[in-house]
Write a protein that binds this ligand. Sequence first.
Ligand code: ADP
Length: 293
Amino acid sequence: MALTISGLSKTYPNGVKALQNVSLTIGNNMFGLLGPNGAGKSTLMRTVATLQAPDAGSVSLDGLDVLSNKTEVRKLLGYLPQEFGVYPKVSALDMLHHLAVMKGITKKSERNEIVDALLNQTNLWDVRKKSLGTYSGGMKQRFGIAQALLGKPKLIIVDEPTAGLDPAERNRFLNLLSSIGRDVIVILSTHIVEDVRELCPRMAIIANGKVLLEGSPTESLGALRGKIWSKVVASDDELKALETNLQVISTHLIAGQHEVRVFSDADPGDGFKPSESELEDVYFLSLSRHAKN
Ligand code: ADP
């Protein structure tokens, strides 16, 4: 399977250019779409999910024109939107049966098999009869994946699924996503760098509706190897001085002290130590290079 996005643009009536000539090629396996809030990720996800029309551009799924074949595409699509509402009084079991019927799985025995398997896969079997309103954030998101997987989709879109999950729930959720399989396309949109690092063999970074980088996290990390330096700074003044003289990527507070990371081809001296490149460096550098242009 391959999803080809070509020259997508979208300007909202208020003048916001949410997508500006976005092109991406996405193959099987997990693809990370990483960008800050407001980058245009949801706009792109909704467009690919056939819920919103762009002003220009095309999307093709293995040669099928996505924008003009909505019904066909929806049969191949599993979607977990950013704002995933659930009916609070309905149980997961009943809701999945209802949605399965809507997806055309009308034979009771077949439906039982599919729904039970999904409840097991998403670790919701024990709570399947509880109403969705009583679920924790992580349980709701796992239910969201269960409903997205109904009908064996070939293209699965999950929009910012880990925002708001506690570390244990997030871990469980990411493990679930990674188990979905290699012969489907999974697009994971997120502003959390770690989500992409842990799961995605390929990724794109977007900001202001533009693709800043497309590639593999490993290659992007390799390109920065030997060029990342870090040091703990003693004062705000020192930090300010560094910011004027060096390309500062990020500062982190560690036990109340600022650790600063810089990008430099050569050793900046002055107490800096070489540091392993991290995906966060790739992300922040892409964003700051874009902001300067
Ligand atoms: P992300 O998912 O990366 O946070 P969005 O696609 O939601 O980004 O938003 C991209 C930009 O478009 C933002 O500036 C947002 O405020 C704006 N936007 C999104 N939806 C609408 C809309 N329906 N009307 C006007 N502006 C919108």
